[in-house]
Design a protein around this ligand. Structure first.
Ligand SMILES: [Zn+2]
Ligand SMILES: [Zn+2]
Length: 158
């Protein structure tokens, strides 16, 4: 497929009401779509598109509320939402404190955010598009590195 190029950082985003703004000052490590049941519930949509990024390159302004979710695997993560409008903005995985997963739909310009990986594809809703160059993982990936390798294979190291 033809993909728009990944623009140079920084990337800015925020919630619906504008009370929370965030900035990512480095290229994402992966652009991952999760089709698990929890992500359907939490987004109210068919899947959740996330930018995997290093937390040291991520900052925000404005008040967020965090809600701790426990996955079937036992892994926990904090879900950060705007305290005013409730927009779901990013996840902080407790098992990987160096990483942050930013909801790609909250980018000011999400036009370049095309998945390089899809996980939990066995739960994918009918009609969801899978790019032919993106990897597909039926369940939870054993190693998150596989998602980052998929991104690098498509976009290179730059
Ligand atoms: Zn808000
Ligand atoms: Zn999920």
């Amino acid at each position: 497929m033809t993909r728009p190029p990944i623009p140079a950082p920084p990337y800015d985003g925020g919630c619906l009401c504008g009370a929370v703004r965030w900035r990512l000052s480095a290229r994402p490590l992966a652009v991952n779509a999760c089709h698990c049941t929890d992500c359907k519930k939490l987004t109210g949509a068919t899947n959740l598109l996330m930018l995997l990024a290093t937390r040291e390159a991520f900052s925000h302004a404005g008040a967020v509320e965090r809600w701790r979710k426990r996955a079937d695997s036992g892994r926990e993560l904090d879900i950060a939402r705007c305290r005013v409008c409730g927009t779901r903005l990013w996840h902080e995985p407790l098992s990987s404190p160096a990483l942050v997963f930013v909801a790609a739909g909250t980018l000011d310009d999400p036009s370049w955010a095309v998945p390089t990986s899809h996980i939990w594809t066995r739960r994918a809703s009918p009609g969801v598009t899978m790019q032919d160059d993106a990897i597909q993982v039926p369940g939870q990936p054993v190693e998150r590195q596989a998602l980052m390798d998929a991104f690098t294979a498509i976009y290179g190291d730059a």
